[in-house]
Design a protein around this ligand. Structure first.
Ligand code: ADP
Ligand code: MG
Length: 392
């Protein structure tokens, strides 16, 4: 059983180490937060801890700073936004468990919130170093993990710390697990359709492997589909694809015995711009300067039919470059088909959730929109996640 906030004894005046996942999309030009779903989703836990009179130290990461300070990945905008949402002051440290952290933690009062600078500036985070774990642990009385989106990582602030402090699941973690757990306990209603898209090919291809036996249909679009098309010897021109994953993609197609369904038509363009001209092409007709940027209308139709015949659909990753109007159709058609279907629908992945918001489809048309991409999919694949197991 997951230990949750309900299991907490009196925490008035106690210091809580709260791990959240504020790894939100940031606009590269302006530095603005593009989607604050993950920040908003953490508010119920923070509010409950505040009501109970705890001192709150928040740990999160942003982006991939690789163990060193990266000015663009400081948490200043996140600090400001969290403060606005809570309508309360939120302090932030300038270092990760350095002198500034020490000073600010010793001054922290019950009912106050201190955000520690991007935890991944510290090399010990990803390495789960005992030194960083110890530094975190010595400042807290209890640990709460609300970072579902990072639950598939055994880092110092997600896993290491659970070995040192009494550890509990926050409200978001609890909500995610309550929604997802029934699906892995063998209760998945079949047919089960998985839809995979997006750009993060290297992580997703392994997950597809995990679902080869479980799923009835595996629909593939987005940048991911290009790697599968190329693996079959088809031309992908100037498209995003992963050359070193061709062998794996090929073996997956062989092993899947027809379960993997690739686009039968594609939307291409010569460049990625707002007014680039798009063309519908078949997979055999891609030229060397073509970029494949969406699935075509016939593919969208085919995917829609499969969704209509499914009882459970799990979707991770947009099927095209949905940020541009010419390349959003595949993702939009599939999102609408899913919203209108009777199937249990689970959506994981920041960009997938963002696409749905952009299309104006109400969230309640889906069974569950997860704040985790990789974590959601790995959890559903049935791999026990250490960071979650440690909260039981
Ligand atoms: P998620 O966050 O839902 O897990 P990813 O982060 O893996 O998804 O990928 C989302 C990104 O992939 C989006 O920015 C989208 O524009 C991009 N994308 C999708 N299809 C393509 C494509 N064919 N070529 C280039 N980029 C693509
Ligand atoms: Mg993403």
């Amino acid at each position: 059983m997951l230990k949750t906030l309900k299991d907490l004894q009196n925490i008035t005046g106690k210091t809580v180490i709260l791990r959240t996942d504020y790894n939100v999309p940031i606009n590269k030009q302006t530095g603005a937060i593009e989607d604050d779903l993950r920040i908003k989703s953490s508010l119920p836990t923070i509010q409950e801890l505040l009501e109970k009179g705890a001192k709150i130290i928040i740990l999160t990461h942003l982006g991939r700073p690789k163990g060193e300070v990266n000015e663009e990945l400081r948490l200043t905008k996140i600090q400001q936004h969290l403060s606005q949402l809570l309508n309360l002051p939120v302090q932030k440290t300038n270092d990760v468990f350095g002198p500034d952290t020490e000073t600010k933690i010793s001054a922290l009062q019950p009912g106050q919130i201190l955000l520690i600078e991007n935890i991944r500036f510290h090399k010990g985070e990803k390495e789960n170093s005992s030194e960083l774990v110890q530094q975190i642990a010595q400042h807290g009385d209890i640990y709460i993990n609300d970072a579902f989106g990072t639950a598939h990582r055994n880092h110092a602030s997600t896993f290491g710390i659970t070995q040192k402090l009494p550890s509990y699941a926050g409200k978001l973690m609890e909500k995610e697990i309550t929604a997802l757990a029934p699906l892995i306990k063998g209760n998945i209603e079949k047919p089960l359709t998985m839809i995979f898209g997006g750009a993060k090919i290297d992580t997703k291809i392994g997950v597809i492997e995990n679902f080869l036996d479980k799923a009835d249909y595996i629909l593939v679009g987005g940048g991911l589909a290009n790697t599968f098309l190329a693996a079959q010897g088809l031309p992908v021109g100037d498209s995003l694809y992963e050359a070193d994953k061709l062998e794996l993609a090929k073996s997956l197609i062989d092993r899947a015995q027809g379960k993997i369904i690739l686009p039968i038509d594609l939307i291409t363009a010569k460049e990625i711009t707002k007014d680039a001209e798009s063309e519908v092409k078949t997979p055999t007709n891609i030229l060397s300067d073509d970029k494949i940027l969406d699935i075509g209308p016939e593919s969208a139709q085919k995917f829609t039919q499969i969704i209509q015949n499914s009882k459970t659909v799990i979707w991770n990753g947009p099927l095209g470059l949905y940020e541009f109007p010419q390349f959003k159709n595949g993702t939009e058609q599939v999102a609408k088909a899913l919203a209108n279907s009777q199937a249990k629908s689970i959506i994981g992945g920041g960009d997938s959730a963002d696409a749905i918001k952009q299309f104006g489809i109400p969230e309640n048309q889906f069974s569950h929109i997860s704040t985790g991409g990789g974590a959601c999919i790995e959890y559903l694949a049935g791999t026990p996640l250490d960071a979650i197991e440690a909260l039981s």
